[in-house]
Design a protein around this ligand. Structure first.
Ligand SMILES: CSC[C@H]1O[C@H](OP(=O)(O)O)[C@H](O)[C@@H]1O
Length: 367
């Protein structure tokens, strides 16, 4: 993806210009490529809430950079400086509840604050910038690794179906679920991709279709309700999606509409793959029913194409005011419907609690 379409950029403060988290405004794609500069915490928090920046890893990266925007007074005492950063971390943690990468990244930033001695408090701002940049670059590398690790699962596939956007726009670059698609394309095996439009905010139609088209990968947008008949007619060789949080037993939270895809894929013997970095696992949650599910504004359903972006500002009312609306942003797919979870460390075939634990044990105690 070209640098002007890079999901997130960061500018440290220099002279009169303040530090800025520079985001590709994903609510404006595909109509236009517009960047939004966030120079304070409220702007960054709002950008996460409105899905200007979205996708579990990208949310974590943006929030990590967001901590460096805390309005510290360098002349105040070390405890006051630390408290200002802690307040920023707590505030950013209120932006969206489901993607565990947000909390994982904020905890890493908290660790830098906690571990900086009074005598070195002047070093804290550059240390935080360095940690956020490390989180950003690590994600770039993890996406490449997930592409390599997931590619063999698709070696015999011609056509895959994906849901929402788990591509470069959801990460530092390259994506999770789309990473093997890019990797195979780069190595002479170009897949055909069905992209679920993904109501109500249309991340599939607007974002996945845009980024795959930019990469020269054939993509066909289908409505969410079409996926079943595509599999019924044998037109889908595999379903591949990202995730926002994976419980210890392998249950997977992802964009609303993922669970029915997994059920239909299971019924039609189509392999259902999940691609996510290890920082998307929440090993403190024993099962998926404990994953917090974000409830978003009903107006995103009431208006065509959702109601929270410039593209949607002229959205037409699709639901009479007298009718009620629900808008859970995610659902949970039980592990038994998942053929494999692919991380940057490898592949968890037929995930179970034991296999997830083994995957993480192998990371901490490599043989
Ligand atoms: C690579 S994680 C992408 C993940 O995040 C999306 O949710 P949202 O667009 O609301 O941030 C969706 O669940 C994707 O699978």
């Amino acid at each position: 993806m070209s640098t002007d379409a890079e999901t997130i950029r960061y500018r440290a403060a220099a002279g009169e210009s303040p530090a800025a988290v520079d985001l590709l405004d994903q609510t404006r794609i595909p109509a236009e490529l517009v960047r939004l500069e966030c120079t304070d915490l409220a702007q960054l928090h709002d950008a996460i809430v409105r899905l200007v920046v979205r996708g579990a890893p990208a949310i974590g990266i943006a929030a990590a950079y967001g901590v460096t925007l805390a309005p510290i007074d360098p002349a105040s005492n070390p405890d006051s400086i630390r408290q200002c950063y802690y307040d920023a971390i707590e505030y950013l943690a209120t932006s969206r509840p489901t993607a565990v990468n947000l909390f994982w990244a904020l905890n890493r930033m908290r660790g830098i604050v906690e571990s900086t001695e009074d005598a070195a408090i002047g070093e804290l701002p550059p240390r935080l910038i360095e940690e956020a940049r490390a989180i950003h670059e690590e994600d770039r590398e993890m996406c490449r690794a997930m592409g390599r690790n997931a590619a063999p699962l698709l070696r015999d596939a011609k056509t895959v179906l994906t849901h929402c956007n788990a591509g470069g726009l959801a990460t530092a670059q390259y994506g999770t679920a789309l990473a093997p698609i890019y990797y195979l394309h780069e190595n002479g095996h170009t897949l055909n991709v069905y992209a679920d439009e993904t109501r109500p905010l249309m991340q599939g139609a607007r974002l996945t279709a845009w980024e795959l088209s930019q990469a020269g990968i054939p993509v066909t947008v289908c409505t969410d309700s079409m996926a079943g008949s595509l599999m019924q007619r044998g037109l889908v060789d595999a379903v591949i999606v990202g995730s926002d949080r994976i419980a210890e037993n392998g249950d997977v939270a992802n964009k609303i509409g993922t669970y029915p895809l997994a059920v239909i894929a299971h019924y039609h013997n189509v392999p259902f793959y999940v691609v996510a970095p290890t920082n998307t696992f929440d090993l403190e949650l024993q099962s998926g029913d404990l994953i917090p599910i974000e409830q978003r504004s009903e107006d995103e359903v009431r208006y065509t194409l959702g109601a929270n972006s410039a593209v949607h500002a002229e959205g037409r009312m699709a639901v009479p005011r007298e009718a009620s609306v629900i808008n859970p942003a995610f659902d949970v797919t039980p592990a038994e419907l998942v053929a494999a979870i692919v991380t940057e460390q490898g592949v968890i075939e037929r995930p179970t609690r034991e296999k997830v634990q083994q995957h993480f044990a192998a990371i901490t105690n490599p043989t």
